[in-house]
Design a protein around this ligand. Structure first.
Ligand code: TYM
Length: 340
């Protein structure tokens, strides 16, 4: 069976751990919104089972789950067009993950750079779930036979592992059942960096709030953080090449490009020779214009958690209807007797 035999289907997810950031928005959510339409079936998931691979306070986890859903809706994920749900409500994810735990090799997991970064020197003390995390991610994707997975650069290795798991499953059981999913990593802002240190990724859990823009930040906060972002003393160059070895400057140009929906080259062409006194206020205004309405819509949605739960429940029903038959066929292929 070739890739063409599979329905073009997008799956992607975000962990409800900490605040949604500009990195999540530009690297993922904004691009998910753009993939909605006639070309793909789109499935977007709040991956709560992934969040608990590190300790989460239960009440905070529930709030964060609804907040991530609100962030997706406020950004333009349409719950009629797309399927939007939280992972734990569709048990097929966890069930297929177990089968993939038995397909994936320990050596593959040992190569996962995100696990090494997260575990640090603490490899003996982290949860077993954190180690097995990429097998659950493969299950998220393959429970829907998803063909395309739009993610930021940091998830590339996990999507490649998903392909390895699919290929080994197909090979071991002599079937062509799971697709070899394509990561979709496109646009100027697939790796948004920390505003205080351009060599580190902007993340939900960094120490200082000044290093990231949260999707819930108000206009003043967004503007203040961008104006205080670390830069160097040089003006902007004439070409993108001139930003080599200037990670903070490059990051702000890429953020501008992502928000304005243009290329980073086009931003440089417009601002060649400009100092930070001109560029930063322009960036701050653009960010406030684009993110302000999203953050107010998020607050409006968060005021009615029952409505968010209704949207998620409807999404879970639709997700389950796709995943259940795929899981059943997987059980048959593996030889697990379905006695009822
Ligand atoms: P998570 O929750 O860390 O991030 C969600 C999405 O946001 C992207 N992202 C970024 N993009 C650009 N710059 C950044 N600084 C930045 N920070 C985060 C991530 O690349 C991701 O696309 N394991 C995944 C969640 C997941 C998943 C899946 C994704 C679970 N199952 C199946 C796709 C398909 C994660 O932890 O993402």
């Amino acid at each position: 069976m070739t890739d063409a035999a599979f329905t073009p289907r997008v799956f992607s997810g975000i962990k409800p751990s900490g605040n949604l950031t500009l990195g999540n928005y530009l690297g993922a959510i904004k691009r998910w919104v753009g993939m909605q339409g006639p070309d793909f079936e789109t499935i977007y998931c709040v991956v709560d089972l992934h969040a608990i691979t590190v300790w989460q306070d239960p009440a905070t986890l529930a709030d964060a789950t609804r907040e991530v859903a609100a962030g997706m809706l406020a950004s333009g994920i349409d719950p009629e067009t797309s399927i939007l749900f939280n992972q734990s409500q569709v048990p097929a994810h966890a069930e297929l993950a177990w089968i993939f735990n038995c397909v994936a090799r320990v050596g593959w997991m040992n190569r996962m750079t995100q696990f090494k970064d997260k575990a640090g020197k603490n490899t003996e003390k982290v949860s077993l779930g954190l180690y097995a995390y990429p097998a659950l991610m493969a299950a998220d994707i393959l429970a829907y036979h998803a063909t395309h997975v739009p993610v930021g650069e940091d998830q590339k290795q996990h999507v490649e592992l998903t392909r390895d798991i699919a290929a080994k499953f197909n090979h071991d059981f002599k079937v062509e059942f799971f697709p070899l999913t394509n990561p979709v990593i496109e646009g100027p802002a697939t790796r948004v960096m920390n505003l205080r240190d351009g060599t580190k990724k902007m993340s939900k859990s960094g120490e200082s709030d000044m290093e990231r823009i949260n999707m819930t930040d108000d206009a003043d906060t967004i503007s203040r953080k961008l104006k205080k972002a670390r830069t160097d003393p040089e003006p902007l160059p004439d070409t993108l090449d001139g930003l080599k070895n200037r990670p903070e400057a490059r990051n702000l140009v890429d953020i501008y490009a992502g928000l304005a929906e243009v290329t980073s080259d086009a931003v440089i062409a417009e601002y060649a020779g400009a100092g930070w006194g001109r560029f930063k206020p322009a960036l701050a205004d653009l960010a406030v214009e684009k993110l302000g309405p999203i953050s107010s819509e998020m607050s409006r949605l968060m005021a009615d958690p029952a409505e968010i739960d209704r949207v998620l429940a409807n999404g879970a029903d639709r997700a389950e209807a796709i995943a259940q038959p795929i899981l059943k066929r997987t059980y048959d292929i593996v030889g697990l007797v379905r006695s009822r």
